[in-house]
Design a binder for this molecule. Structure first.
Ligand SMILES: Nc1nc2c(c(=O)[nH]1)N[C@H]1C(S)=C(S)[C@@H](COP(=O)(O)O)O[C@H]1N2
Ligand SMILES: [Mo]
Length: 556
């Protein structure tokens, strides 16, 4: 039927407008209640925390570092589709459509309430948004902006039939077409009130389109304005104001030759901008160093708290440490090496005095994320730091400003808590940190790995000498040997570059006399314990990938 397309479009437009107003208003209210109480972020956060692991891994594989953007955009698209549906429904029956909007508001409110650290006020963005969204839905489908008549309304009855008795119109023998139409499409109870024709009155259509246009514009302004205002509440100014103390124990200088400076090879020190970022935070926590506190508590003799100023006043050490993510695939780039400035965790633990059996230190972030580290690892003398500086700067906000933990030799998910605010001594038997119930191992020592950075997979090379190079890491143990082989031939020993310590990765290189044809390059490392990387491929879950990085190239 010619008009049904239009009524769908009008209804969908009304619904999307109502949805946009709801979200825009919610973003604006969230300026006051905090970005994590905004419905998209709150619902997205629940999704991140509850979505089954394979699906999350799939999202990370497909969208990579844009997985969070993809989630928010996906949520917004789904929401728009539902809103359009509610709009179409509203043109026929307003009450259930309004109920639908209210249900969405309730969903957002409940999601916001269940977020770590939430308080009762966090329901406000979703509820206010839903209330205004419902109002807009009414305005556009039954109120002053309603197109008159809705395009499906029965045509104007002949003058003989009073318009006030539409129920009889369809049965009038004079109007067989109208009768069919009424049967073919359910007519909203309200619409029959108005004597209608095939065409919506142009005046009212213009009013409807202008009205929804203005409302959509206002919603966009509210949403973007809200985000902008929230951004101004960020801590970048506070971060710039931090003056990092001079370390009592500076990092050893990077030895000459640690960085081979080859094109395509990861630099020995990763820049802050180039450092991988992994976390569950949909909005980066903005932690004011002025109010930041660290609680050291749990099974300890002497629980205590520290302010940021008190932390900065302590003797600081500076160390190069290579961080790695357990989700790093063989050959992947979720690994980086930086110079960290911080307070040894051991000193804080010694002051607190762990009680017998407190074999796990649970670090808790302001956003509720937790990780569990063996107490013994934190006290065994390695440079486990509560870091405030990264490569000579205050921690970047997305890398944990103002304070995070860094532990040489352990994957980030069991050690590298960003935006840290608590160290709780407990036991592995008593507490599972964030990733453990989600299928990851409670203990996460980094597995020895090596990677070919150059040549890249499927590179076309020219026959002759080719430098094959990459990085290898076995944090806190050290790399003893790196070997390369071509087409499953003999393993050839690569040259290891210098490194600051065993806590960092090391660059390696090997000269290859490349011959024309298709070739497969493989690398494997042996750590200082004498253990060589196994060939067997293991997936990243539950405790880190294994296998040899393999690169195929063509030589002309
Ligand atoms: N608060 C918080 N800290 C966190 C995480 C997180 O999700 N939330 N992820 C951890 C993981 S899995 C890794 S690999 C490292 C990554 O640190 P980066 O983002 O600074 O590279 O942070 C760790 N610290
Ligand atoms: Mo990670």
């Amino acid at each position: 039927m010619a008009d049904s397309g239009r009524v769908w479009r009008f209804g969908a437009l009304a619904g999307v407008t109502a949805g946009a107003v709801a979200i825009g208003v919610a973003e604006l209210v969230a300026v006051a209640t905090g970005p994590r109480s905004a419905p998209l972020v709150a619902v997205g956060g629940v999704v991140v925390d509850t979505v089954p692991e394979p699906l999350k891994q799939f999202a990370i594989d497909v969208f990579g570092r844009y997985d969070k953007v993809a989630l928010l955009v996906g949520t917004a698209v789904l929401l728009a589709a539902f809103a359009a549906g509610l709009g179409v429904l509203a043109t026929r029956r307003l009450a259930p459509a309004v109920a639908g909007v209210v249900a969405f508001g309730a969903l957002g409110a409940v999601a916001a309430l269940t977020r770590p650290g939430a308080d009762a006020l966090d329901v406000l963005p979703s509820l206010t948004g839903a209330a205004l969204g419902a109002g807009v839905l009414w305005l556009c489908t039954a109120g002053p902006l309603e197109p008159d008549p809705w395009p499906w309304s029965p045509p104007a009855p002949p003058p003989a039939t009073p318009a006030t008795e539409p129920a009889t119109a369809g049965s009038s023998p004079a109007e067989p077409a109208a009768a069919e139409r009424v049967r073919a499409e359910p007519v909203p109870a309200g619409s029959a009130r108005r004597p209608g024709g095939d065409e919506t009155d142009p005046e009212s259509r213009r009013r409807f389109l202008t009205g929804t246009g203005v409302l959509l514009g206002a919603a966009t302004v509210a949403g973007l304005g809200g985000r902008w205002l929230a951004g101004r509440r960020g801590v970048s100014a506070a971060r710039s104001a931090v003056a990092l103390p001079t370390p009592v124990a500076p990092a050893p200088p990077v030895p000459a030759g640690a960085d081979l400076g080859l094109r395509g090879l990861a630099p020995y020190v990763t820049s802050n901008a180039g450092f991988y970022r992994i976390d569950t935070a949909l909005v980066v926590p903005q932690v004011d160093p002025g109010t930041w506190r660290l609680r050291v508590h749990g099974r300890v003799r002497n629980p205590f708290e520290l302010s940021f100023a008190e932390l900065l006043a302590r003797p600081m050490v500076e160390r190069y440490v290579t961080l790695a993510c357990v989700s790093n695939e063989v050959g992947g780039d979720l690994v980086g090496n930086a110079r960290w400035l911080g307070v040894p965790v051991k000193e804080l633990l010694d002051e607190a005095g762990p009680l017998d059996g407190a074999d796990q230190v649970v670090s808790r972030s302001v956003d509720g994320w937790t990780c569990g580290t063996p107490t013994e690892v934190l006290r065994d003398g390695r440079d486990a730091l509560l870091a405030v500086g990264m490569n000579g700067e205050p921690l970047p906000v997305e890398h944990g400003f103002p304070v995070r933990m860094v532990v040489p030799g352990l994957y980030g998910y069991v050690s590298a808590c960003k935006w840290i605010t608590e160290l709780e001594l407990t036991s592995f038997a008593d507490f599972d940190a964030y990733w453990v119930p989600r299928g990851w191992s409670a203990r996460g020592p980094i597995k020895t790995q090596s990677r070919i950075d150059t040549p890249r997979p499927r590179n076309r090379l020219t026959a002759g000498p080719v430098t094959v190079a990459g990085v290898a890491w076995a944090q806190h143990l050290g790399i003893r040997r790196v070997e390369v082989r071509v087409d499953e031939g003999e393993w050839q020993q690569a040259t290891l570059a210098a490194a600051v310590s065993t806590d960092t990765w090391v660059q390696w290189s090997w000269r290859w006399a490349a011959t024309p044809g298709e070739h497969t390059l493989q690398v494997r490392a042996t750590d200082a314990s004498g253990a060589t990387q196994p060939e067997r491929r293991a997936p990243v879950a539950p405790d880190g990938a294994t296998g040899w990085h393999t690169v195929r190239v063509t030589v002309d």
